[in-house]
Design a protein around this ligand. Structure first.
Ligand code: IP8
Length: 246
């Protein structure tokens, strides 16, 4: 059984303050994962950019569709994400999780139409050896554009397909996708049905916020859950929590 779980950038960092890890939340997530049998049974972790990726991407004017051919620009964003990845790995290791980094700039790319290729073989090999791969939003080379931003959500969708994931979860700062009154929408089957509720993200986010998440998860065969950190344990035990997108 393969579980693909994303820890949202706004969960693991303070998204309003550049380069600030939310150590308490990272530790809480790591402790919850360590307590779950999922960490020994095929878990792929993906994390977002938070205040490490989005501030640098926005400073350089990069997004999923706007690239740069300047290697130092791409490296600046990649290095920021590397720092965050190191902090997440350190916390996972403190909780005895056999986590190893997988850095998208070195294993993924987009073609000229924006289609992502992401090598799944090494992830499968890691899983087979009992490791927990920890992938993150990053920059990737794109034909004709230099490099563009790759969001953790797109990585989740791509890996869920290529690894045939049985469970897909997006751990967010909110307890699910919220309606206009702030209540959790239990199930989403089309983006149109919830279009009014999916506003703009309040923090710097170059990859589309909640609307982009919902659209990507709707494209999967496996139902995906969006939930808050307080429901991570529920998701890891039951396979669903918060809002289910199917
Ligand atoms: O936070 C974005 O990943 P996301 C990654 O999952 C960068 O959208 C580098 C901004």
């Amino acid at each position: 059984m393969v579980t693909v779980l994303k820890l949202g950038g706004s969960v693991i960092t303070d998204k309003d303050r550049p380069e600030t890890v939310d150590s308490a939340s990272v530790d809480r997530a790591a402790a919850t994962i360590a307590d779950s049998p999922v960490s020994d049974a095929g878990l792929v972790l993906v994390h977002g950019g938070g205040s490490f990726g989005h501030h640098r991407a926005s400073k350089h004017g990069l997004s999923e569709s706007r690239g740069s051919a300047d290697a130092t620009t791409l490296l600046d964003i990649h290095e920021g994400m590397g720092e965050l990845n190191d902090a997440v790995l350190a916390s996972l290791h403190e909780h005895d999780i056999s986590a190893l980094p997988v850095r998208p700039l070195s294993v993924g790319f987009r073609d000229g139409d924006g289609r992502l290729s992401f090598a799944a073989g090494q992830l499968e090999a890691m899983l087979a050896e009992g490791f927990v791969p920890v992938v993150h939003g990053d920059v990737v080379v794109q034909t004709g554009q230099g490099g563009t931003i790759l969001s953790g959500d797109e990585i989740v969708a791509t890996l869920a397909r290529s690894l045939g994931a049985n469970r897909v979860g997006l751990c967010s700062t909110v307890p699910g996708v919220l309606d206009a009154e702030g209540a959790v929408i239990p199930e989403i089957r089309s983006v149109e049905a919830v279009a009014d509720s999916l506003g703009e993200s309040e923090t710097t986010d170059v990859t589309g916020g909640m609307a982009g998440k919902v659209e990507r998860m709707l494209s999967l065969k496996t139902p995906a859950s969006v939930f808050g950190l307080e429901d991570l344990q529920t998701f890891l035990s039951n396979g669903t929590a918060g809002t289910i997108i199917r």
